[in-house]
Design a protein around this ligand. Structure first.
Ligand code: PRP
Ligand code: URA
Length: 210
């Protein structure tokens, strides 16, 4: 599991995560923090994008410079809470396409229920990064990746903000080929499937539906 899970210990991410967790942080600031943390994690998650050299004419002469080689990206937020991460990652990779997967956890069974799936038509030519702030039992992330795998993307990564050890274990067992990028691995899940200490219900805090 170690080779597959990247926990972002960057001070800017950790600082912002503190304010994100705070129960007194309101919806506006919460949304801004989710977006900023997503942008910073995206910076790391795209570290292995290959570069190619081109020649660029500067006012002083010709420079040999680098651009990202032909690879195409798609971001796929899991609705609802994953939507909060989209603006941040698009600010890093504006040319990426965005798919959507709608899943909610049944409150009794904690199992994900699918209600929407719309992926870019050329997803088989793209590297896909799935977005969801919370990896709790792992059920939603596992199902989302299963859905996307049916469309044969070039590669898949999963980006979240907080992961529970239980969810990470389940996810990495089910999808050992998918790297996970997160800002922290928390202590545990409580008996109703919430991450402790976590930040509460991410979707409700983003959309003010508490
Ligand atoms: C939350 C969260 C994840 C899921 C994580 O969504 O955004 O999608 O729970 O839990 P899991 O790892 O146990 O599956 P929720 O089902 O509350 O839906 P919402 O985003 O619409 O509020
Ligand atoms: N979903 C959330 O939004 N928060 C949790 O702690 C667990 C699942």
């Amino acid at each position: 599991m170690e080779n597959q899970v990247f926990v972002m210990d960057h001070p800017l991410i950790q600082h912002k995560l503190t304010f994100l967790r705070d129960k007194n942080t309101g919806a506006k600031e919460f949304r801004e923090l989710v977006s900023e943390i997503a942008m910073l994690i995206c910076y790391e998650a795209t570290r292995d994008l290959p570069l190619e050299e081109i020649q660029t004419e500067t006012p002083m002469g010709i420079a040999t410079t680098k651009v990202i080689a032909g690879r195409k990206l798609a971001f796929v937020p899991i609705l609802r809470a994953g939507l909060g991460m989209v603006e941040g990652v698009l600010s890093m990779v504006p040319a990426a396409k965005v798919g959507h997967i709608g899943l909610y956890r049944d409150h009794e069974t904690l199992k994900p229920v699918e209600y929407y799936c719309k992926l870019p038509s050329d997803v088989s030519e793209r590297e896909v990064i799935v977005l969801d702030p919370m990896l709790a039992t792992g059920g939603s992330a596992i199902d989302a990746v299963n859905l996307i795998k049916k469309h044969h993307p070039k590669s898949l990564k999963f980006m979240c903000i907080i992961a529970a050890p239980e969810g990470l274990k389940a996810f990495t067992q089910e999808h050992p080929d998918v790297q996970v990028y997160c800002a922290n691995v928390d202590s545990h899940l409580n008996d109703i499937g919430y991450i402790v200490p976590g930040l509460g219900d991410a979707g409700d805090r983003i959309f003010g539906t508490l």
